[in-house]
Design a protein around this ligand. Sequence first.
Ligand SMILES: O=C(O)CCC(=O)C(=O)O
Length: 288
Amino acid sequence: MDRGRRTLRSNGVELPFDDDLFTPLPDSTALLDDPPALRRRFREQGALRLRGLLDRDEVVRLRASYLSTLPEGMIAPGTPVAEGVFSGRVPDMPAHGVAGHPAHAFVRSPEFDAFTDHPALSRLAEALLGGPADRLPRCILRHFHSGEGRASRAHTDYAYMDQGSEQVVTMWIPVGDCPVETGGLVYLEGSHTLPAEALAPLRERTDRPGDTRPISHDLGWTARSLGRRWLWADYEAGDVNVHGPHIVHASLDTLTERMRISADVRFVRSGAAVDTRWSRRWAGDDGA
Ligand SMILES: O=C(O)CCC(=O)C(=O)O
């Protein structure tokens, strides 16, 4: 591990970037040509990291398109739009993803539809789900910047989609390079095999006491309580992660000037029950 990068944060809580708390997420790209081996690895690990599944330039173009819809003042003057360097100033606009915020319009754009319909994503879903799969309409565009102390709390996807089939996979796609300090996704090793009872006591340490869906905002507490480490990676534009509905995952705070943009796209096995909350387009205030 790179000892130069000592302290990370998630939801404002500091995390020593050390071998007790973090270990690399293995690269599974070489298994793409071997679907049985890919499925085996997916079953064992609960999540896969696939490098360069998408074309880097296409992903960078999507990043630039979204960033170009932000109101003036959010991107540092004199920097290229696609870099997405935060100026330190958030212009007056609705909350993230709420109608009137650029992400709300962007996830309804033909460009975003074309991106989420990329055949490489559906092929991957079908390989892992063992047959035809349908993309769920609720695809999320996430956008984090430094200084907000905000990231995704430790959670499993199933807590948010438990009115439908478990035959579902999530693709997490960094829209632009996302080294660990920019705040990428981390998975708790082997946590997809844990029974729900093992996770329940962790909810006692939470910054959202009224919400039973997240596990905890404190990733150090989560890892130490379960005796497991967070799987991390330095992601690049074009990489795709895929995970199942029961693995515990979270994200890290953005500590760099470059903003973190990512998309999550989900697929369900064709014919399996769909949680109807995921049959509508995402909005930041849709409550799902
Ligand atoms: O990008 C994030 O912060 C969280 C994404 C996530 O939880 C997911 O893709 O399932």
